[in-house]
Design a protein around this ligand. Structure first.
Ligand code: SF4
Length: 216
């Protein structure tokens, strides 16, 4: 049974190897303010980041404040966002979130988890990604890649994202948490894919106990 200290040491080795394997790992959504990241994260659910970036590159010049988004005509936003999956629901979430920002936070995106979770359409993953990437706080946002790769690596025994977040928070140093998530996201997309992980060429296979490792 691996002790907490041994697990923390393994995380350090995993991060070292993944930094070499994925030196370009970063958040793939483009943004210049917490509000822009909030909008991009709502749009990015079950949508490709590059499609979101192409659309927000235009819209972030047109809609600059929470008020701009809240006051926009719904049918105009539908037309502007229609290339993105679930654009109707996402339009609704964006406008509700921006109205809440105006009513309760002077139009600014708050920088605490509890406050972020009061925004319509913002769950724990989105809130943590915002805290980590827009406010430089040591937060762990558990998306599908972070959850899957952590589980396969044996860094958590849980399935629930909140429990996974708690497990990772206990073993990943504060200063590394945001980078750790970016590394696991890139590793999950490029090597430790959902359906068939490429274990033979995985740079951290010696640090992974996944019992169903692929042979070739
Ligand atoms: S060895 Fe396989 S299962 Fe383990 S992290 Fe690498 S790709 Fe994923």
């Amino acid at each position: 049974m691996e002790s907490l200290k041994q697990k923390q040491a393994r995380v350090t080795r995993i991060m070292r190897a993944l930094k070499k394997a994925h030196p370009d790992a970063r958040l793939d959504l483009d943004f210049e303010s917490p509000l822009e990241l909030l909008i991009a994260l709502i749009l990015a659910a079950q949508a490709r980041d590059d499609v979101v970036n192409a659309i927000t590159a235009v819209l972030f010049r047109k809609y600059r404040t929470a008020e701009d988004w809240a006051d926009a005509k719904e049918e105009v936003l539908h037309e502007e966002l229609r290339r993105i999956n679930f654009y109707r629901n996402k339009t609704c979430s964006i406008q509700k979130a921006c109205r809440t920002l105006l009513e309760q936070f002077d139009g600014e995106v708050p920088d605490t988890l509890d406050e972020l979770l009061t925004l319509p359409g913002v769950g724990r993953k989105t809130a943590n990604v915002l805290l980590g990437n827009a406010f430089a706080q040591p937060a762990i946002g558990v998306d599908t890649h972070v959850g899957r790769v952590s589980t396969r690596l044996g860094l958590t025994m849980h399935d629930d994202p909140d429990d996974i977040e708690a497990d990772l928070t206990a073993i990943v140093p504060e200063k590394d948490r945001v980078k750790f998530c970016h590394l696991l996201q890139y590793h999950g997309r490029r090597i430790c894919m959902k359906r068939k992980p490429a274990c033979p060429k995985c740079p951290i296979k010696d640090m992974c106990d996944y019992p169903e490792k692929t042979a070739m």
